[in-house]
Every structure is written in structure tokens, then in C-alpha cells.
Design a protein. Structure first.
Length: 365
């Protein structure tokens, strides 16, 4: 049987100073290989290569999603396809920075990202080839790239998690700006080094403008938030009653609920107003690097991520939103369509460096 080999990124690359933290698993169903030739695209979008893809049953994958989360799915892919996969794990920022430094000399065929912003940055740098249209078209516009350079895999909604013993629904803020109310001074948990929080701030910049975003970050700092290393510690603090509320991705709570049962939890989720930056839906995604443009193994892997088997894995194991038709979202979640801001193009989340500069200026990084 083929096996997966793993490597770990051990350092940041100075070429790109993303400070993204990796966030954190499917019924068997073989997927027909996508064998279409890569099509030409307009100048300035993803690089395209003409020719017929070939397979050597080997793929190098750079993953910005954690080994615990995605390795079972990769093992499933290996078993079903016979393709040997060597995985290099690191957080999304490490992997994106490494790819920017390696350029077309990279050994990686595919990049699996926690975040649309990193994908957008690599696409802008011209590192991705164009995906076959039968793959890219499976995901609705708004949850994938606009030029076919990468495809969304799962959706993750930003939410407010709150302790029901400390806060009532009537008291909860309905917008991101509501978090700046003095009543929440010292009461809100945030994780500034986490990719999802940085994408949230980036979305605020894109939606509301630079001045408004700076005012929001300034107001947040003035309100003395509780700073954590990631989403899980925030959820644990809210659950324990150490703080009344925090900002996390929705699926962290669903994982805890699956472990303990809803009746045994003190916390619940709160979605702010539709389209508000505090409830943006970001996506994980995947793209093929230019050197692997005609690598059938890379194409098959991306194809698998947006197959029924791949999508069902994420729904059942991580409680994320699926992005293809025919796979239902976890129960009790609002529909994706109800959360989407029509004025936000996820490709615009590539400006992470500006967000990091903003957070650094106010002492959050």
C-alpha cells in the first residue's frame, strides 16, 4: 500500500511575513480523474500550460492545515487512488512564505491552505496554474477564486461564542462595532496571531475602508481585550466562565459539542448581522503550483478535495461548511447564503501584510 510521508516546516521565510496560525477529518467514494488539458487564460491571471497531464503516482503537498485534521483524509485519498503523497506541514503563513521564496523551483505540486488570503497572495504572485474548469466550477462564485487559480474547499463562519450563564442573547452585540462598547471592556477574547482573526480584520478593511478599520482596531485595544493564542483557548475560557464572550470560527464549538453534548456546555454561538465583518465566511482552499500544471496526481488530489467524499469528510469530522452541491452542511447552521457579504470578494483578503502592520502598530502582534 502507498503511504504518506510527512515533513515539517521549521522556520519562517522572510520573503513574506504572514503570521498565520494553522487551524485545525468521510465516506469512501472513488473519484473519476479530471484529465482535461489546462486551458489558456488572460494575461495577469493564473499561468496556464497546454498539454496532456501525466501521472507518476507521487505528489508533494504543502499543507497549511494541521496534520491531525487532514492526514486521515490524505490517507483515504492514498488508499483509493494509489498515489503516494509526501506532506510538508506548517501553518498557512509558513507555507505561503516558503512557496513565495521557492517560486517555480518548488517541489510542491499542491498547496492546501487554511485561508483565502494566502491563496490570493500566491495567485497574485503568479505561482498557481489554472485549474480544470470541471473542478473550479463545482464551487459557487463567492467561495472560490475568480480566475480559476484556486478552488474553495470548505467554509468557516466567524462567530461570537458566549457563556449563557454570564450573557443573555439580548445583551450580545449585533455587529463588530458593538464589541467596542464599554460594557465589553476586558470581556472579549481574541487571537490576533491566528489567520482567521487576521482575515476578519482584513475583511473589515475591505468592507468598511482603511480609516474605519484603524478606528476599530484602536477601539478594540482601548477596550482591553483578553488575548489568546488561538480559537480553542478562547472557547475554553468562555466555557469555563473566565470571559463572557470571544471571537472564533464556528466549527470549534461544534467539535466540542460533539465531544461533550450540548446539554453539558455553558457556551453557545451567536451570529452577528448578515454581511457584518464579525460574521464573514472565509474558506479553506487548494491550488496547483505551476511546476505541477501537467501533473495528473496533483489534479486528482484537488479533484478529490471537492468531491462528495472529500466534502463529506470535512462536514462529518470538522463541522465545516461544504462548498459543492449535494453535500449537506452540519445541522443547525445558518445557510452560507445568509452570511455572505455581497461586497466582499475573498480574493481581496490577500492584503494580509497591511492587516499585520495595522495590528502590530496597535500592539496586538
Amino acid at each position: 500500500m502507498s503511504r504518506s510521508r510527512t515533513l515539517r516546516a521549521v522556520s519562517f521565510i522572510g520573503a513574506a511575513t504572514f503570521v498565520l496560525a494553522a487551524c485545525q477529518q468521510a465516506p469512501e467514494e472513488a473519484v473519476e480523474p479530471a484529465t482535461e488539458d489546462i486551458q489558456e487564460v488572460e494575461e495577469g491571471s493564473a499561468e496556464a500550460v497546454e498539454g496532456t497531464p501525466e501521472s507518476d503516482n507521487f505528489l508533494v503537498l504543502y499543507s497549511g492545515r494541521s496534520e491531525t485534521l487532514v492526514q486521515p483524509l490524505i490517507d483515504q485519498f492514498i488508499e483509493e487512488t494509489g498515489i503516494d503523497v509526501e506532506v510538508r506541514y506548517g501553518n498557512t503563513g509558513e507555507m505561503a512564505a516558503l512557496l513565495l521564496e521557492e517560486g517555480d523551483a518548488t517541489q510542491a505540486g499542491v498547496f492546501l491552505s487554511q485561508d483565502a488570503g494566502a491563496l490570493g497572495a500566491l495567485s497574485t504572485a503568479g505561482l498557481f496554474t489554472t485549474l480544470p474548469e470541471d473542478i473550479s466550477s463545482r464551487v459557487e462564485p463567492g467561495f472560490t477564486s475568480t480566475d480559476g487559480s484556486w478552488v474553495g474547499v470548505t467554509g468557516r463562519a466567524r462567530v461570537v461564542v458566549y457563556n449563557t450563564d454570564l450573557v443573555t442573547e439580548e445583551e450580545l452585540p449585533t455587529t463588530a462595532d458593538g464589541l467596542l462598547d464599554p460594557q465589553w471592556s476586558g470581556q472579549v477574547g481574541v487571537a490576533p496571531t491566528n489567520a482567521s482573526f487576521q482575515s476578519y480584520v482584513t475583511a473589515y478593511r475591505v468592507i468598511e475602508g482603511e480609516g474605519a478599520a484603524e478606528a476599530w482596531v484602536s477601539g478594540l485595544v482601548a477596550n482591553d481585550p483578553e488575548v489568546f493564542e488561538g480559537n480553542t483557548p478562547i472557547l475554553e475560557a468562555v466555557e469555563a466562565g473566565a470571559i463572557p464572550l470571544g471571537l472564533i470560527n464556528h466549527y470549534y464549538w461544534y467539535r466540542l459539542e460533539a465531544e461533550r453534548g450540548e446539554d453539558n456546555l455553558a457556551s453557545r454561538l451567536w451570529f452577528t448581522e448578515a454581511g457584518d465583518p464579525a460574521s464573514i465566511v472565509n474558506v479553506t482552499g487548494v491550488g496547483i503550483l505551476n511546476p505541477a500544471a501537467l501533473d495528473q496526481d496533483a489534479i486528482d488530489f484537488v479533484d478529490y478535495m471537492v468531491s462528495e467524499a472529500g466534502q463529506s469528510y470535512f462536514v462529518e469530522s470538522t463541522y465545516e461548511y461544504p462548498l459543492i452541491d449535494g453535500v449537506d452542511a452540519p445541522a443547525d447552521l445558518p445557510s452560507l447564503e445568509s452570511l455572505v457579504n455581497p461586497n466582499l470578494d475573498l480574493s481581496d483578503l490577500e492584503s494580509l501584510s497591511e492587516t499585520q502592520e495595522l495590528l502590530t502598530r496597535f500592539g496586538l502582534l
